[in-house]
Ligand binder design. Structure first.
Ligand SMILES: [Zn+2]
Length: 271
């Protein structure tokens, strides 16, 4: 086991030096580890996503569904425009937005291919379209940056010695599924999200406010949103327990705000 880990450690090192199997993260330009074909991840995700929706109670509130779809589609449009303008592919992105009825859960999640779910518990904290755009652009950013692929690649290297995904699914289906679930923050019960690393979270915040700006939402709304999340009432919102402390986020957001505001102002002038 130690030997395998040592070999895997070396593989990670070699991969990061030569950047074989790397993807460039939109907006930040960081090289991320993406060893697994997104198409294979997308099909694994789709079945998990559909299962989660089946197990959950979906909102039947027309106003909620319309709002989430409206904000999601506006952000997805901006995302595609950005990707195309910057030479990134939009292949494999097929956005879908759903609302899960759970007023106690202040959370949202995203899966590869652009499958996004928002829990009704986060809507009062979002307050309006701009607030909701903070949540949804953050989730879209996780998809664009392929954070799940990066975690899954690391997991496959350390736990399965870098075995290819389809081979691993055939030979070690349970272990592979387990790495997949951990990588995408899927717990054993619906709504239990495992946290992304602080680096992934900050990167998703950064990309998120730039996407908001392109879509014509004021990125400064993100500060207010996280401050409201911080106040959270008597029960701490789940989104906080799986995400970094709001004060750290706000500080990080303020650092990236000039970049997002410049994009926003340019966008406003166009209109
Ligand atoms: Zn996140």
């Amino acid at each position: 086991m130690i030997k395998r880990l040592l070999i895997s450690g070396t593989s990670v090192l070699v991969l990061s030096i030569f950047c074989v199997g790397c993807a460039t993260v939109p907006v930040t330009g960081r090289k991320s580890l993406a060893l697994l074909p997104e198409s294979e991840l997308a099909s694994m995700s789709l079945s998990s996503y559909q299962q989660m929706l089946k197990d959950a109670e979906l909102s039947t509130d027309k106003a909620q569904i319309t709002q989430v779809t409206r904000v999601g589609e506006r952000l997805a449009g901006a995302t595609h425009a950005y990707l195309q303008a910057h030479g990134h592919t939009t292949e494999g992105l097929d956005w879908e937005f759903n609302v899960i009825k759970d007023d106690e859960t202040a959370n949202a999640f995203a899966m590869p291919g652009g499958k996004i779910a928002v829990y009704t518990g986060i809507l009062p904290i979002a307050q309006n379209d701009e607030g909701l755009a903070v949540v949804m652009s953050h989730e879209i950013a996780h998809v664009l940056a392929k954070h799940g692929n990066e975690r899954m690649s690391q997991g496959m290297l350390t736990q399965l010695g870098g075995m290819g995904l389809s081979v691993a699914m055939r030979n070690k289906p349970a272990a592979t599924q387990n790495i997949f679930n951990t990588s995408y923050g899927l717990g054993s019960q619906v709504g239990l999200m495992l946290p992304y690393s602080r680096m992934h979270e900050s990167e998703a915040d950064h990309i998120g406010i730039v996407l908001m700006a392109i879509a014509g939402y004021n990125p400064e709304a993100s500060i207010g949103f996280w401050q409201r999340m911080d106040k959270g009432g008597d029960r701490p919102p789940q989104f906080i327990s799986t995400h970094p402390a709001p004060e750290r986020r706000v500080q990080n957001l303020r650092e990236k705000m000039p970049e997002a505001l410049a994009v926003y102002k340019k966008q406003q002038q166009k209109q």
